[in-house]
Design a protein around this ligand. Structure first.
Ligand code: CTP
Ligand code: CA
Length: 228
């Protein structure tokens, strides 16, 4: 019986969703972070559970209630998230990178609290973080063997959404790229989202402004047939 009114088209599938925003430590008390709330990632996790999946959420600094029925792995930084996502890579059928991953981190992490010893602050030097999504795509391409059947990325673009999105989809080697339309009180921290979902091998799907739960189900509607 379809109790939830949703198809159980992900029954028995292993779905990994990253959610939230990474924090990159400067010292024991300070970090560089971003405004991601984890709402969209948690909505995806709940939607996948509702459709019968075994769901692991790799959760970076999210203060929401755990999605019922999912396993939550808590991480702080991009490198922590990479380790947790790669640990699940081998058994995942689907990986959705909904998290906002810091592109850079402070090149040095001070072991003790940085003091304001002089009037002029020292500059913060940054170094590149691993690109987890690109690594997943490259791993699958290079091994050619088992790996997640579906890899989904997210992106927030302000200009040339379609052109930038298609280029990003190719660069990352993912199957679907959910491009959020940012601005107008959308995306970060809001209950609503609007998006265009780009596909490596099919037409773009436009999702009008609506609850993040609804967008989550549209994403999974596109994921499920790729698992057949
Ligand atoms: N991503 C990732 N690891 C990173 C940065 C991003 O896995 N170090 C993932 C995000 O989780 C998202 C996708 O890549 O699913 C796109 O992130 P985005 O920031 O839009 O792309 P970037 O390649 O970082 O490009 P830019 O920030 O310059 O637009
Ligand atoms: Ca980025």
């Amino acid at each position: 019986a379809i109790l939830s009114g949703r198809p159980r088209d992900l029954a028995g599938r292993r779905v990994v969703v990253s959610a939230g925003g990474t924090r990159e430590a400067l010292d024991p008390v300070r970090f560089l972070g971003n405004r991601s709330s984890g709402l969209q990632g948690y909505a995806l996790a709940r939607a996948a559970v509702a459709r019968g999946a075994q769901v692991t959420v790799v959760s970076a600094n999210v203060t929401l209630d755990d999605p019922a029925g999912a396993t939550v792995v808590r991480v702080e930084s991009a490198r922590d998230m990479r380790d947790a996502v790669l640990a699940a890579y081998g058994t995942a059928d689907v990986i959705v990178m909904a998290a906002a991953v810091a592109d850079f981190r402070p090149a040095e992490r001070s072991g003790s609290k940085i003091k304001k010893t002089s009037d002029e602050p020292d500059p913060i030097h940054l170094t590149k973080n691993p690109d987890i999504l690109a690594e997943l795509g490259a791993l699958r391409r290079d091994t050619g063997g088992p790996g997640p059947a579906v890899i989904v990325g997210f992106a927030a673009e302000t200009d040339d959404i379609l052109a930038n999105g298609q280029a990003k989809l190719k660069r990352k080697g993912c199957d679907l790229l959910v491009v959020n339309e940012v601005g107008e009180n959308l995306a970060f921290g809001t209950p609503d989202n609007a998006a265009v979902i780009l596909s490596a091998d099919g037409p773009a799907v436009e999702v009008p402004r609506g609850p993040k739960d609804a967008l989550a189900h549209v994403v999974l509607d596109l994921v499920a047939p790729r698992l057949a």
